[in-house]
Design a protein around this ligand. Structure first.
Ligand SMILES: C[S@@+](CC[C@H](N)C(=O)[O-])C[C@H]1O[C@@H](n2cnc3c(N)ncnc32)[C@H](O)[C@@H]1O
Ligand SMILES: [Zn+2]
Length: 436
């Protein structure tokens, strides 16, 4: 299968082919360590990244080694996000293992169209300072891991990502919170990580005030994150980062379109592009929920991997931009015979001089029957019909990974992904890659 796809790719650029090769090398080995002082009988210590975490062996469900890639990717995305945010405040970050960084100045304030904002990124060296991993930075980012289980992800943030002010590792299971507390101590990250026992939604709703919001919220549930999204889009700060996993792929990939509609407000379709559609449904629902509060999303990276999808999006506040959102969503007409599909935008936004004119979309884009095979169409969506990635941000992650190739066990896979992800689009030829 892999060989066949590489052959298919042979007409593409060498970077794409090598990226794909790296992407398909899945690493899910993990290290188990010997007994440790604070370990109780029957418990296991598992090392991942720079963290060593106590797990109750009887409940292995707490640790999912396949998600190591998800956590590695999140650490690198978070690092680059911090680097961007702190550069504006005249603060550099020191990432262990990183080779000399040729400065890449990219403005991602909002799709890069706010280009004349003054930036301290090029400030004279004397006015800059550097922060390192493990220290709490008073101007650093405030992170919430809403669904933390053992706390592994939060502890990895504390031990691997510089420039953070605080991390809350929250869970609604009392045994999980006990474990989180022990793991915080075991890893000596009390200065950065605090355990919290709360329903993630209540915690986020209590932090909606502008001063109380988080810079970064990570949601990594079993199954669907849908119930957490309304609170998340309100409790992340302006320009902040949401990192969201979905593992309910059957629902999102078209097995239960009606359930998908209930959770995400969009019909999923069984189709060759179901994984890409799943991502676009998640982005649609994130944008729509943000729109309720005069906010909108800008995706940085959106990936389908193993048995889940994961998106990293920024949330901005801006009533004028929210008016554009209808024109960023589309219904999907998918032929049940040959799989040909067409998009029907929900709205139109047309520039008239300095003003924009908004109206309903015009359609339908297809006739009663498919022009190629005469079969009928199923209607799916609405889905996010704009870019899945911010190419400049993906480039940032890629160059950081190239400067620090041994940083993660899955670094090769991250590099491979960064070479392939931006070339993916709503084009059937690329959809094979999505399913891998
Ligand atoms: C998949 S695990 C999280 C794994 C973790 N993020 C990691 O990377 O190791 C999901 C966790 O969500 C917790 N959970 C479920 N519903 C919750 C809620 N409403 N509020 C807070 N935590 C919740 C569960 O107790 C479980 O520990
Ligand atoms: Zn057809």
């Amino acid at each position: 299968m892999r060989a066949a796809i590489l052959q298919l790719l042979s007409g593409h650029s060498p970077a794409l082919c090598s990226g794909f090769r790296k992407l398909t090398r899945i690493s899910c080995r993990f290290r188990m360590e010997g007994p440790a002082a604070s370990q109780e009988s029957g418990e296991t210590i598992i090392a991942e990244g720079k963290a060593s975490v106590i797990y109750p062996s009887a409940n292995q469900v707490f640790y999912n080694p396949v998600q190591e890639f998800n956590r590695d990717l999140t650490c690198t995305v978070l690092t680059e996000f911090v680097r961007m945010q702190l550069a504006e405040k005249g603060i550099d970050i020191l990432v262990p293992g990183e080779r000399e960084n040729k400065k890449l100045v990219v403005n991602l304030s909002d799709n890069g169209d706010d280009g004349d904002k003054p930036s301290l990124e090029n400030a004279a060296p004397s006015s800059r300072r550097t922060v390192t991993v493990g220290e709490s930075c008073s101007e650093g980012l405030r992170v919430l891991e809403g669904l933390a289980a053992s706390g592994l992800r939060s502890i990895r943030f504390a031990k691997e990502v510089p420039g953070l002010q605080s991390i809350i590792a929250n869970d609604f299971s009392s045994s999980a919170v006990e474990l989180i507390k022990r793991n915080i101590k075991y890893n000596h990250v009390e200065n950065l990580v605090t355990a919290s026992y709360s329903d993630a939604r209540m915690l986020m709703y209590n932090r909606m005030g502008i001063q109380d919001r988080f810079d970064v919220i990570d949601l990594d549930p079993y199954g669907s994150p849908a119930m957490f999204l309304d609170a998340a889009v309100q409790s992340v700060c302006d320009g902040g980062l949401l990192c969201v996993t979905c593992t309910d792929m059957a629902v999102l990939a078209g097995n239960n379109g009606e359930t998908c509609y209930g959770k995400y407000g969009a019909m999923s379709l069984k189709s060759k592009f179901c994984h890409e559609m799943a991502l676009r449904i998640l982005l649609h629902t994130l944008d729509l929920r943000s729109n309720c509060y005069q906010r909108y999303i800008v995706p940085l990276i959106s990936i389908s991997a193993d048995f889940y999808i994961r998106v990293f999006v920024r949330v901005f506040t801006g009533q004028a931009k929210v008016k554009m959102s209808a024109s960023k969503q589309a219904l999907v007409y998918n032929c049940v015979g040959c799989g040909t599909f067409h998009l029907q935008r929900m709205g139109r936004a047309i520039a008239h001089g300095n003003n924009m004119k908004y109206s309903a979309g015009c359609g339908p884009p297809v006739g009663m029957n498919c022009e190629f095979c005469q079969q009928r169409h199923q209607v799916g969506g609405p889905v996010w019909a704009e870019a899945l990635h911010n190419k400049e941000f993906v480039q940032r992650v890629l160059s950081a990974s190239e400067r620090n190739p041994k940083r993660f066990k899955t670094s090769e896979r991250i590099e491979g992904g960064c070479s392939v992800w931006p070339s993916r689009s709503w084009i059937p030829r690329y959809i094979t890659h999505w399913t891998i």
